[in-house]
Design a protein around this ligand. Structure first.
Ligand SMILES: O=P(O)(O)OC[C@H]1O[C@](O)(CO)[C@@H](O)[C@@H]1O
Length: 455
């Protein structure tokens, strides 16, 4: 099980939250938030809570069947998607494949490449180095319309067509809404294999749907273990507040937000977990940055997520965290045990200054740095807490992802907002269509032109 530590100490107490006191003051509110989510989920038919059901693995059979049919025939998988349609898979493959998987001579799964931007140099550059006969493309878009993803799809399809002719149809898999959008009918017309994104699962909550599971499975990851871990988080979420670390950590986040800690720094101490920070930043920002309350009131809420990775960002951002504005809550992720248990070698006799490192596990140094930074920040009035995971494997990562999604959902309840929509991103999308000349957006185009905004 994951372990959540709200770091407190007698001496630093003024900057740390008294969790027990806070829990007794807010238990009713927390249990109401928990009850609201569980009741809506159990009643079924909620338009947003499909992600709570994903750990049951309804789509697992289809994902594994596709993997078994394709494995061995292809070396590379290109994933086309953006935001929630990319970051989950990227997090899983970066954390769970060999750290240099793509350079291995013999690999347990495909090399997975993520195209999540409209950077033509990167797209063309990737296609230049891959063998089209041995490459699959998984185009992922819940809405089935996202501009960035559609542009990359057009490039990959044209490339495959040019290189392998009609066989391209067997090399594209579309993951999208069962009905909505342009990708679904297009995929059916072309005869691509398809997988669903359930309409009740938002992009940033979709990592354990086919969106994340297929790239992970093709990359050789144990996706059943991922779901097993996520089910453990779901079981944990049923506990009372006094024994429920998801509720407790959501409360800590919420109370510090109320105290003006407007920035949430998310900082796993692990290179393998570096994209977890990106995934979390979208989850937190799109879910909680809102200006409409559930009861119809308006108030701008949400704390700004900052992506960081330890120890690297100790040497880049920690100066600001210690001496800059006291407006941050730092969330550390600690890994108890490294897979390889690598040791730092002993120093040579003339390297006395480094003797203190000799024969110690790298993970010991990593965690010493985490503890030292946590203490140094608290000492400077910057509160923080740590989520520990025993090791980075599929089961614990699945548990951590579901833990963070549940925590975010509870945070949304405490803020009295809808954590599952993202109306704030729409205008930018519409105006891009207008600038790019998409039919039906002439009015917006004229509006932009009147403001002097043209291409
Ligand atoms: O999966 P889609 O529909 O292509 O959307 C990609 C991303 O774009 C957003 O809608 C916001 O721009 C995200 O919520 C989503 O994860």
């Amino acid at each position: 099980m994951l372990n959540f530590q709200n770091i407190t100490s007698e001496r630093l107490g003024s900057h740390a939250l008294d969790l027990e006191g806070a829990l007794s003051d807010h238990a009713a509110r927390l249990e109401q938030a928990q009850g609201a989510l569980l009741d809506r989920f159990r009643a079924g038919g909620d338009p947003y809570l499909g992600w709570m059901d994903l750990p049951r693995g309804e789509v697992l059979g289809d994902v594994l069947a596709l993997r078994d049919r394709l494995a061995g025939h292809y070396d590379d998988l290109i994933v086309l998607g953006i935001g929630g349609s990319s970051l989950g898979g990227l997090t899983l493959t970066t954390a769970l494949q060999h750290p240099f998987h793509n350079s291995l001579a013999s690999r347990p799964g495909m090399r997975v490449h993520f195209i999540d931007n409209v950077d033509g140099d990167v797209i063309e550059g990737l296609l230049e180095v891959l063998d089209a006969r041995r490459t699959l493309v998984n185009v992922i878009s819940k809405s089935g319309t996202t501009t960035e993803t559609m542009a990359a799809y057009l490039s990959c399809k044209a490339w495959l067509q040019a290189q392998v002719g009609e066989k391209y149809k067997a090399q594209i898999i579309a993951t999208t809404d069962p009905q909505k959008g342009i990708l679904r009918p297009l995929a059916e017309r072309e005869g691509y294999a398809t997988l669903p994104v359930p309409p009740t699962v938002g992009g940033r909550f979709s990592v354990l749907s086919a969106v994340g599971l297929l790239p992970a499975a093709l990359g050789g990851i144990d996706v059943e273990a991922l779901l097993r871990g996520a089910r453990r988080a779901m079981e944990h979420f049923e506990r009372s507040a006094a024994h429920n670390e998801i509720l407790q950590s959501a409360l800590v986040q919420h109370l510090y937000g109320e105290q003006g800690k407007n920035i949430t720094v998310f900082m796993p101490y692990s290179t393998r977990l570096r994209f977890l920070s990106d995934w979390y930043a979208q989850l937190w920002a799109e879910s909680l940055g809102k200006n409409r309350q559930r009861d119809g009131g308006s108030a701008r809420v949400g704390t700004t997520p900052v992506k960081a990775v330890g120890t690297t960002d100790q040497h880049s951002q920690v100066q600001l965290y210690r001496e800059g504005p006291q407006d941050k809550l730092v969330v550390f992720v600690k890994v108890e045990q490294a897979d390889r248990g690598a040791l730092i070698p002993n120093a040579e006799p003339d390297e006395n200054e480094m003797n203190y490192l000799g024969n110690k596990p790298y993970q010991t140094l990593m965690n010493a740095e985490l503890h030292a930074t946590a203490y140094a920040l608290l000492d400077a009035g910057q509160p923080n807490y740590t989520i520990s995971l025993p090791r980075i494997d599929a089961e614990h990562l699945g548990e951590l992802l579901q833990f963070l999604m549940l925590q975010t959902a509870v945070a949304g309840e405490l803020l009295n907002i809808n954590a599952f929509d993202q109306p704030g991103v729409e205008l930018g999308k519409v105006l891009t269509y207008a600038l790019m000349g998409r039919p039906g957006f002439d009015e917006q185009r004229a509006q932009l032109e009147a403001e002097g905004i043209t291409l």
